[in-house]
Design a protein around this ligand. Structure first.
Ligand code: PMP
Length: 284
């Protein structure tokens, strides 16, 4: 495919990043992933706002304005003929020509890398139809999970541990409460109410989460932002996750215990429909 590197669109095999890039050496970088449906970007302004916030939290100057970022995303979608899939963008603190812990001088420009991927089946998703089996794992990440850094090694490890345990994905647990999934936000449904952990530094502020909670409230559904335990999740009527490319995906099993009927629940499936319908309306 065609990728973007520091102002150029290149075949992926010709794109190069320095060995001394801080993204490579220190995971000193942030990223965003935006879904593409019917060739359009889902929830784009919110993803850009979070990108801006992640950069600001790390004192990296955002190298592009809104219009430039939008044009870059659209260019990658067009050049790669993406109809359904995603656009990934990453901004690192740049190539400092050495390995040093101190931040480089301000004149070192950030590195920008981006690519678009065709992934048919995110709307008509087999995983959403079947529901996911989850295992829980301790949340061993750093305490600024609200910043979307590329420091994803524990999430990758947790996902592998979940897969090796025969599950589809992992939920992370801290002080007895579920924080979030390896790459998604976690929810349960009790007596028709949607329960999810409140925002803080301990979870990523999911863009899908924000939109979904707004749509749910607009549809007169009750939302409770509070922590929940694994036992409460296992005893819930339903459970589900949200993420940019997973939208709303039902969870049917947690640590070997069936949730509700053990099949995707009606609330989760309805929310999935609402999210896809509503977010399509504002797609760019
Ligand atoms: N939590 C974590 C840890 C994630 O990696 C992601 C996806 N990047 C999410 C939540 C979901 O966020 P979003 O809805 O913005 O994709």
């Amino acid at each position: 495919g065609i990728v973007y590197v520091n102002g150029e669109y290149l075949p992926a095999e010709e794109a190069k990043i320095s060995v001394f890039d801080r993204g490579f050496l220190m995971a000193d970088a942030i990223y965003e992933l935006t879904a593409v449906v019917d060739g359009k970007l889902i929830d784009f302004p919110a993803h850009l706002a979070r990108l801006d916030r992640s950069l600001a939290e790390l004192d990296i100057v955002n190298p592009h304005g809104y219009d430039e970022w939008l044009a870059l995303h659209r260019e990658l979608v067009a050049r790669n003929a993406v109809t359904e899939g995603s656009v990934y963008v990453e901004v690192t603190r740049g190539n400092t020509g050495e390995r040093a812990f101190e931040y480089p001088p301000a004149e070192i420009p950030p590195t920008v890398v981006a690519f678009a991927t065709n992934r048919p089946g995110i709307v008509d998703s087999p995983a959403a139809a079947a529901g996911l089996r989850i295992v829980t794992l301790p949340d061993l990440r750093w305490q600024r999970r609200d910043i979307k850094t590329v420091q994803l090694i524990y999430q990758a490890q947790a996902k592998m541990l979940a897969k090796r345990a025969g599950a589809d994905d992992g939920w992370l647990v801290e002080d007895g409460f579920v924080t979030e999934g390896t790459s998604n936000n976690a929810y349960i449904v009790r007596k028709g109410r949607i329960v999810t952990r409140p925002l803080g530094n301990d979870i990523l502020h999911g863009i899908t989460r924000a939109s979904l909670l707004r749509f749910a409230r607009e549809a007169q559904m009750e939302v409770e932002e509070r922590q929940f335990t694994v036992a409460e999740a296992q005893a819930a009527d339903e459970a589900f996750i949200t993420s940019a490319t997973g939208f709303v995906t039902p969870v049917v099993e947690i640590d070997g215990t069936a949730v509700g009927t053990g099949k995707p629940g009606p609330v989760a499936l309805r929310l999935r429909e609402i999210y896809i319908d509503e977010s399509r309306k504002t797609a760019l």
